[in-house]
Design a binder for this molecule. Structure first.
Ligand SMILES: *Cc1c(COP(=O)(O)O)cnc(C)c1O
Length: 728
């Protein structure tokens, strides 16, 4: 992340630069989301005006708009920022123009035929609100690592001018949802231009009106992210807002969004002169894309449907991200005919033939059309996102390959990972810079790069962790007092919020969607016992919770209410806090500051989970059910396991057993280890476990490792290259 390459060329040699020139450099930095994983650039923006930086949601374009070039120059002179701005700008330019060694060795046939990576959400930074949760952040991390490794990739999604809802709780702890218009003028959005330099618009015919979409673009390092947006005058008023909200609206809105992203996405690539070598579909949401690719192939080559379909399927990679049934879109036959009818005519197939691509049983005419099945049938490589999720997915979709034994169902797995520079606190990063090899960040997929973690002075690691924990506590106090003010609470409640939590005591974090299978309230299963654990006079424990429930998920909202209302219970007043509006910013603060990251889903419903991987990078220890990624990550000494990796057919019994295990592990393992300190006050065994966690897990669950695996195991074979494993 940090680099010393510019030191020689720095002070004194910078050509005189006008205020406008300086301003333009800052805008250029803000215009590519490369800055979002470079702490030194974030530091420049923040130092221009730390308070406004926070108030503007860490949006550098909005911040720069508050400056004239002249005022910016004065501020930069005051803070001696010239050299830093210049270096950052040069580093970015260099980054944009260099080919990486990894790509030189490994991307071979992809060359001029990039991977087209489709996802309905992208979580790149909190200031670009076009994501809701796990899938979005994963997609964001994927494209950042593709950029870092130099994998040729173009990402395709939708532009939502209201994004996902903002959450706040009312006085009774009940979730309220609010959709706000994004200040689009402050996003690093460009028009995507075709080779002639013209703006691109695509259209998608339905049996009724044609839908039009403009194609916008955000640059994420070396990766172009194309975003389709239906807010165009040519559209019906109803279709102008089609892409306003992520996961908003009914099934009809959903299928219309999906033809825009899938079919429109392929048309956008074509209009931009991009010929993908591989199509990577994430979730069924985008599975209409191959149909349009087939249609184009038929038009261009005069190929027959069967041949074109086989050819496109060979180039298509499909990733399923959840075993939860509600995560798989299903559309009825009427919706399919209305929206796919025109393309079906051109494909030259009849309605039942088209429907058969979304059905388990093609002859069952009452079966709805399932997008995941379409994805599986239209791809020659399919994968789940963790080893256990692979097992679950093969069982789930065995119905599509009834003649194969379950373990031969052609769905493999590539375990998720997180983008290290985006999630690791700069304080930790600085510490690692001093101890790890210079190449550790660029080659974060390599276990050897992380071995020297064990040489770090335990006291130094502990001190760094505690500094971050203090920052988290300060963040929580700020947020909670703001929440109280907004709810119109009494002054003493607001005052109390300013002193909430204690940075000295064991702090457990839980930040995730409040889907009921994630069982946020499991820690309250034995509430008196929890009160004793929290308030132990020598070894107390506190919890920080955050997360949104889907607007239609009443039980999920009840879970939030249960947690939030603990603030009225004297036993938990200072021991349980709920931070509203979980997003990338809240997540970052939490995973960087807690001691323990809690994850207790009902096994095996957590496909992978990625927040625990973010916690690893910062030295937090995972305390988790052996589900998702943790089932393959836990080795007995790099965190804590809840339960034994089993579940009962009766959910109530499973919950009961898991809760009992959770309480036992907290009481008998986590608490004693944390408070077992040496004569210097250092919990040496705990710190040892932190080091084990980082050195065994950080590389394995890095997005660089993930993207390297996708490249060698999926992209290259799909593009017609070798299918053997090549060097990382
Ligand atoms: C990382 C992240 C997630 C996904 O984490 P899980 O472990 O899958 O729950 C969800 N939301 C946000 C904002 C994140 O940053």
């Amino acid at each position: 992340m940090s680099s010393n390459t510019n030191s020689a060329a720095s002070a004194g040699k910078i050509a005189a630069i006008t205020p406008q020139g300086l301003y333009n450099k800052c805008m250029a930095l803000a215009g590519n989301l490369w800055w979002a994983w470079h702490p030194e650039v974030i530091g420049i923006f923040r130092s221009l005006d730390p308070i406004r930086w926070r108030q503007l949601g860490h949006n550098p374009i909005a911040l720069l708009h508050e400056f004239t070039p002249e005022r910016l120059e004065i501020r930069a002179a005051e803070l001696v920022l010239y050299t830093r701005i210049d270096q950052a700008y040069r580093r970015m330019t260099e980054y944009m123009n260099t080919k990486t060694a990894w790509a030189g060795r490994n991307v071979g046939v992809l060359g001029s035929q990039p991977v087209a990576y489709f996802s309905l959400e992208f979580g790149i930074h909190e200031s670009v609100p076009i994501y809701s949760g796990g899938l979005g952040v994963l997609s964001g991390d994927h494209i950042k690592s593709a950029s870092g490794l130099g994998v040729p990739l173009v990402a395709v999604g939708l532009f939502y001018n209201q994004g996902y809802f903002k959450q706040h709780l009312d006085i009774d702890g009940w979730q309220q949802e609010e959709y706000l218009d994004t200040a689009v003028q402050f996003l690093p959005l460009e028009h995507a231009l075709n080779p002639k330099g013209e703006k691109v618009t695509v259209s998608i015919e339905t049996r009724g009106k044609t839908i039009y979409a403009k194609v916008r673009q955000i640059n994420v390092g070396r990766v172009r992210l194309l975003l389709l947006d239906t807010d165009l005058e040519e559209n019906d008023p109803a279709d102008r807002t089609l892409t306003s909200r992520l996961y908003g609206g009914d099934n009809r809105t959903r299928i219309r969004q999906e033809i825009v992203s899938g079919i429109g996405g392929i048309r956008a690539l074509k209009a931009l002169g991009i010929t993908p070598g591989v199509y990577h579909l994430n979730e069924g949401h985008n599975a209409f894309a191959p149909l349009e690719a087939v249609r184009q192939r038929m038009v261009e080559d005069g190929a027959k449907f069967q041949d074109a379909a086989a050819d496109i399927a060979q180039k298509t990679v499909f990733t399923t991200h959840t075993p939860v049934p509600a995560g798989h879109d299903r559309f009825d036959s009427v919706l399919i005919e209305e929206h796919l009818g025109p393309i079906r005519d051109q494909l030259g197939i009849d309605h039942n033939h088209l429907m058969s691509f979304g059905r388990v049983d093609p002859s069952n005419h009452s079966e709805p059309f399932c997008m995941t099945i379409l994805g599986l049938k239209m791809s020659r490589y399919a994968n789940a996102v963790a080893s256990l999720h692979g097992v679950v997915s093969r069982r789930m979709w065995h119905c599509l390959w009834p003649n194969l034994p379950e373990e031969k169902v052609p769905i493999g797995h590539i375990t998720n990972g997180v983008h290290v520079p985006s999630w690791m606190a700069w304080q930790i990063n600085t510490l690692f810079e001093r101890h790890l090899p210079p190449s550790w960040s660029e080659e974060s997929y390599d276990p050897k790069e992380w071995e020297a973690i064990q040489n770090i002075d335990p006291g130094e690691l502990w001190e760094t962790h505690n500094a971050l924990k203090n920052l988290l506590v300060a963040f929580v106090r700020r947020r909670v007092s703001r929440q109280c003010r907004r709810r119109g609470e009494a002054d003493e409640v607001i005052d109390h919020a300013r002193t909430i939590l204690d940075p000295q005591i064991l702090t457990i974090g839980f930040g995730r969607r409040f889907a009921t299978y994630k069982r946020a309230t499991l820690v309250l299963n034995e509430i008196d016992r929890m009160a004793r654990i929290c308030n132990d006079s020598n070894r107390p424990v506190q919890f920080i919770f955050a997360g949104k429930a889907h607007p239609a998920d009443k039980p999920g909202k009840e879970f939030i209410q249960t947690i939030a209302e603990l603030r009225k219970d004297p036993r938990f007043q200072n021991r349980f806090v709920f931070i509203e509006d979980y997003d990338i910013n809240v997540c970052r603060h939490m995973v960087q500051g807690v001691d323990v990251w809690l994850n207790n889903p009902r096994r095996p419903l957590e496909a992978s989970g990625t927040s625990g991987m973010k916690a690893v990078l910062n030295g937090a220890l995972n305390l988790s059910i052996l589900d998702g990624w943790w089932a393959e990550a836990y080795d007995g000494s790099n965190g804590f396991a809840i339960g034994k990796g089993t579940s009962h057919v009766d959910d109530a019994i499973t919950d009961q057993r898991d809760a009992a295990s959770l309480f036992d592990v907290i009481e008998h393992e986590v608490v004693p280890l944390f408070y077992d300190t040496d004569e210097h006050g250092l919990p040496v065994k705990w710190i040892k476990r932190m080091m084990n966690s980082i050195s065994t897990l950080a590389w394995r669950f890095s997005a660089h490792r993930m993207v390297a695996d996708y490249t060698t195991e999926a992209y290259l074979p799909a593009a017609g290259g070798t299918s053997c494993k090549v060097e990382r």
